[in-house]
Design a protein around this ligand. Sequence first.
Ligand code: SF4
Length: 433
Amino acid sequence: MQVLRGINDLKTVQNLKGDELDREIMQLVNLYLTADTKESSIRKDNASHWVVRLAHCMTEEKRRWFLTMECELFRARFKELPSIEQKEFIMDNDEFSSVEATSARDFDDVQADLKATILSYTNSMAQANSSVTGPDAFYRVRFEEVADLVAMRRVFVKDGFAYVSKEQLGSLVMAPFRSHLSKQLAVLSRKWVSFCDGPEKDRLVPLVQGLADRDLGPDYGSGAAAKSGEQVSAAMLPTLAKESFPLCMSVMMDALKRTHHLKHQGRQQLGLFLKGIGLPLEEAMRFWRTEMAAVAPGDAFDKQYAYNIRHNYGKEGKRADYTPHSCIKVISGIPGPGQVHGCPFRVLSEEDLRTSLGKLSLADPMRIEQAVTKAKEGHYQLACGKVWEGQHGCACDGINHPNQYYEQSRKVLVGEAEEEKVAKVAKVEAANP
Ligand code: SF4
């Protein structure tokens, strides 16, 4: 889970690509999947893969996410293998039965074309010469099996066969890997449905179901708020919302102000976020009671909503310390009619997103364009990072949690206020020595 979540952050928060992404992925592998011996590393890798696969087979969205991250992981690890092991992998797997070694005669026929192809995208004759060393350095495959290389014009194709170099083997293995894993996930998801009604219904099923939603980063629970020493009151919320709330929360604050109501998931998303920024229970009661007074005055509020707020603070039911939702969780929530939870970068139309961003009065309007573009490309957290930069005028470390957005914002704004205070005191002291 740590590795896959890490890959997700590298791609969506840090926007890494190519060699840089692969290098970081291998660091995650070394950190989390390496044990004392080769055998225990393999066992750890295998066991965790199957458990995490099971935890992500249940919904279309989870399957898609798992597939994407596993493909990235596989690609980076395959690239790291020595070429002899890559070759063994190709030869040992039935999926690649159509892959042929290049014969000496074929190689003689296409040698000049292979060099010309490599030269065309590297602009380096030295590289072309060092890559085209002999028949051993190339595999012959049906061109449709390496469609991505063909699309990028990075392979030479003749008579329906592409000549794939050793360095390009990753592209060859990815498509079968992806389709195999995708089919296996679909099969597993069907089996899971019947497993859920079996004898493990109350023991293993809830355990596995909760696994995929577990947050592995800082949880921003009440402990974190207490540690930061920040005490937030209901009266401070409108100002804090304007200065430091991420869009997912400010959209809900707006909706609450306008309609005096949020449906259950919205109240959970916003309520736990407010708890995470340090709003104590009594102040949370005051806030919700005031905001919802128009639709749930007096006793009606106590009867319908107070229990849930106390429950979030661990004062009712299981008495658990519920934590705010991470970006992954917020982004995966799709609001139905009349609901406003979820991540606005994902759920709002372009027009509505522009309207919501317009209300933030960002110092740099270019950031709005950048955020809209990133949101359209499906990079919601990067879009959010652009907005953060537009609000604060400095670089953002990446956004993976609404409470992290808030925390980073307070650090900048409170830090600036402190600096201003120190400068003022220094000025006064200088004027009155
Ligand atoms: Fe909220 Fe995260 Fe979406 Fe930003 S990216 S709006 S913090 S869910």
